[in-house]
Design a protein around this ligand. Sequence first.
Ligand code: DX5
Ligand code: ZN
Length: 218
Amino acid sequence: MAARIYPSLLAADFAHLADDVARVEPVVDGLHVDVMDGHFVPNISFGLSVIEDLRPTTGLFFDTHLMMSNPGFFFPHFKAAGCDMVTVHIEVAPNPTVLAEKARAEGLKFGLTLNPPTPFEAVEPYLELVDNLLIMSVYPGFGGQSFVPEVLEKVERAREIIDSRGLPADIQIDGGITPETGRLARAAGAEIFVAGTAIFGRPDPVEAVAALRAALED
Ligand code: DX5
Ligand code: ZN
């Protein structure tokens, strides 16, 4: 499957979100929306009202990465704000089956993610449930960190299992993605690439997307 690129809103200019998103909209495949609660991660990003206000300004798919405790409680609110998919952390999702049902009942797509130190075995039993398996390649909470290469093994393992079971789940990678690290993750089997600093942090985000896409399509 062709590689897809989702810029991370976290690296955009929060005073000009709609402008930043409009600029890249024609060249990207979705928007990665990082919600942080200051509890599961030691940082706070933005919440529902920001998503709600951004929604009518763009047609992009809203891929919402919930770095928060008790994510299920907020699914109806994320749906109402205009999100298309919610991805939750296995570290704070003791019962992914219930969460997947809850997301689907709201008409949301559902994803699971795991932090760099969390073993792949934590998500393996739930792969049938997900539209999106996000392998974190940094410790969540901040943009601009370096890619953790050890997670590539998890991408390979996920690719093997998803293919051998014929599952529809996409494999997404998030954190420290550049043309160089993106290429490594692509070779390991990832298909959705989240990049913040390497897109919105660049002087020309459109050119940055083209450079990333060229590296992924090599
Ligand atoms: C990290 C977030 C990432 C982050 C990526 O907690 O989940 O989505 O915005 O930023 P870069 O691409 O700068 O690592
Ligand atoms: Zn993210």
